[in-house]
Design a binder for this molecule. Structure first.
Ligand code: C2E
Ligand code: CA
Ligand code: CA
Length: 553
């Protein structure tokens, strides 16, 4: 980067002054010609031409700049005064000159006023394009310009500055519970609170939605910066009174620093954003500074995405199947399909690590389809022989809510001829958190086809009685974390007891996941759990080993 804007500005000013000087010199020259050449030698027509030329010159100065306008007006008046005096002395030959001068001055004034109003409009438009209408704060465009100007000034001053991305944590709740109008009030109120603490070294902007950015320069130490930034978070956390009720909002902040982290605006913004996401992941309402390790994590994500894509292209995912048993009779219920992936060096990548990365893009849809198709092909011969055998497949919330989902299922069922009644889809509570009605419609379509639905990781999400009553599950899967602690004490045990009796009331079957020990199994049996899936009776198995288990049953 160079400091081009400053150089350009200087050059512009210079040519402006040069232009004005050249035009005024011509103007004066025309006056002198008119004055020194005797009236009787010069014909009136030539005099008129010269006066008109002078007006043209003056007008050109007006167009150049405000300074040009001032010079033009002064020159016009100066050339008008002697003619006017001559006219007062009954020298009528200057009458045409005087009237041309008056017309000229008036035209110059009008043109100037017109240009001023144009400029004002331009400024208003500029402000409109650079300000956020709701909060009156500068917007994203202004932020970038501000950063660019700080960067170009820093060439001379070795200055540094911090860029903070601020995102409100629970703002969606406010919008959902009391409506968008009140949400807007909260946003403007936050802007007002911040305006009360900004200094001349701060530049606070709204980027859209509940995203804000703050640029701080001229801070003396990182400690001072840190305190200052925390003030902004604290201002958000002060109480809001909306519709007579108290509400509390928190915010997360990610910070990158020029020039330490980068000397480019887009990188600085990206890094501050990354730090903000880390703040969110660490539990929100906090401030996190960018660290190069974050970049490594992103690079790792990109690498894992490559590995997933390659596995899809080369058909090198593997599937394992974990058996599920009846807790009383130990009869085989079926299998949960679990995906396995190896990287280019043959190292296993856990689905707990790569599934969330695939979920960030539409890759997960291809992964889910791959699993559905291959698991169904693997199991087709066996469900034909054992009609009650269940094949369970995990489907990501993103895929279930995608418009393509039902079509994908139908196509794979048709291609594989797999019987619908033997298929079970495992979904998590995240499917209905944001879109209960839509989830319900999709689930009903699955039920219409005879497909079973299991609610995975039950108890870890936003479990609410109302959706459980409304949605057509067949099976609740009690999450491993509850099974892990079931022997810790009476409270832990009664918690699982409550889940089981709730499931019973709703007439769902109940399975416990991750059962590893006999005493866990004993308590679950006592509490009336129906099925078990866990290392105690069966780890995830290759297809061959799964076939052996089916044969034994
Ligand atoms: P999940 O659906 O809750 O799967 C259960 C996980 O617990 C599996 O881990 C399984 O191997 C493990 N597990 C089962 N019993 C025990 C036990 O007794 N002890 C212990 N320590 N672990 C046990 P896995 O295979 O690593 O899968 C992790 C997660 O990855 C799954 O959690 C699921 O969310 C996701 N996942 C796995 N396969 C697929 C897939 O094909 N598609 C999608 N969308 N997600 C998948
Ligand atoms: Ca599962
Ligand atoms: Ca689970």
């Amino acid at each position: 980067m160079t400091n081009t804007p400053v150089v350009n500005k200087k050059n512009k000013k210079r040519s402006e002054i040069f232009g004005i000087i050249a035009l005024s010199t011509l103007f004066i020259a025309f006056s002198v010609i008119q004055d020194i050449v005797r009236i009787d030698i010069m014909p009136d027509s030539l005099r008129g031409v010269l006066s008109s030329m002078q007006i043209l010159l003056a007008m050109s100065m007006v167009v150049i700049s405000v300074t040009g306008y001032r010079v033009a007006i002064i020159l016009m008046i100066l050339s008008f005064i002697p003619r006017f005096i001559m006219l007062l002395n009954n020298n009528n030959s200057v009458l045409p000159g005087v009237s041309i001068s008056i017309v000229g001055i008036a035209t110059i004034l009008i043109v100037h006023l017109y240009l001023v109003s144009l400029e004002k409009k331009e400024r208003e438009l500029f402000a409109l394009a650079h300000t956020d209408a709701l909060t009156d704060l500068p917007n994203r465009r202004s932020l970038k310009q501000k950063m660019l100007s700080l960067i170009s000034n820093s060439r001379n001053s070795n200055g540094r500055f911090a860029v903070a991305m601020i995102d409100l944590d629970n703002f969606k709740n406010i919008n959902d519970t009391i409506g968008h109008d009140w949400g807007d009030k909260v946003l403007s109120e936050i802007a007002v609170r911040w305006k009360s603490i900004v200094t001349e070294n701060d530049y606070i902007c709204r980027l859209g939605g509940d995203d804000f950015a703050l640029v701080v320069n001229n801070y003396k130490s990182l400690e001072e910066l840190d305190n200052h930034l925390h003030q902004f978070l604290d201002k958000v956390m002060e109480k809001f009174i909306l519709k007579g009720k108290d509400y509390f909002v928190t915010a997360s902040m990610g910070v990158s620093i020029f020039p330490n982290d980068s000397n480019e605006t887009s990188q600085l913004l990206k890094y501050a954003d990354m730090a903000m996401f880390v703040a969110k992941n660490q539990g929100k309402k906090r401030l996190v500074y960018f660290d190069n390790m974050m970049n490594d994590a992103v690079e790792n994500n990109v690498e894992v995405e490559h590995v997933i894509r390659r596995a899809l292209e080369t058909d090198t995912f593997r599937l394992v199947y974990q058996p599920q048993f009846d807790i009383k009779t130990k009869k085989l219920r079926g299998f949960e399909t679990l995906i396995r992936l190896s990287d280019s060096e043959g190292k296993q990548v856990s689905p707990a690590d790569f599934v969330p990365i695939a979920e960030k893009s539409s890759l997960i849809i291809d992964v889910d389809k791959w699993v559905l198709r291959h698991a169904m092909m693997d199991f087709l011969p066996f469900v034909e022989k054992i009609p009650e055998m269940i094949l369970s497949v995990n489907i990501s919330a993103n895929h279930i809510l995608d418009d393509s989902f039902i079509g994908d299922i139908d196509r794979i069922l048709e291609d594989t001829h797999f019987p619908e009644k033997n298929l079970e889809i495992e979904l998590t509570e995240s499917v209905f958190v944001n879109s209960l009605e839509r989830a319900k419609t999709i689930m009903e379509k699955l039920k219409d086809r005879g497909i079973k639905i299991a609610l995975d990781d039950f108890g870890t999400g936003y479990s609410s009685l109302s959706y459980m009553r409304d949605l057509p599950f067949d099976l609740l899967k009690i999450d491993k974390s509850f099974v892990d602690t079931i022997n810790d004490g009476p409270k832990e045990e009664s918690f699982v007891a409550a889940i089981i009796s709730l499931g019973k009331v709703m007439q769902f079957d109940i399975i416990s996941e991750g059962v590893e020990e006999q005493n866990q199994l004993d308590v679950l049996k006592k509490l009336g759990c129906d099925f078990v899936q866990g290392y105690i009776w069966g780890k995830p198995l290759s297809l061959d080993r799964a076939i052996e288990v089916m044969a034994q049953n």
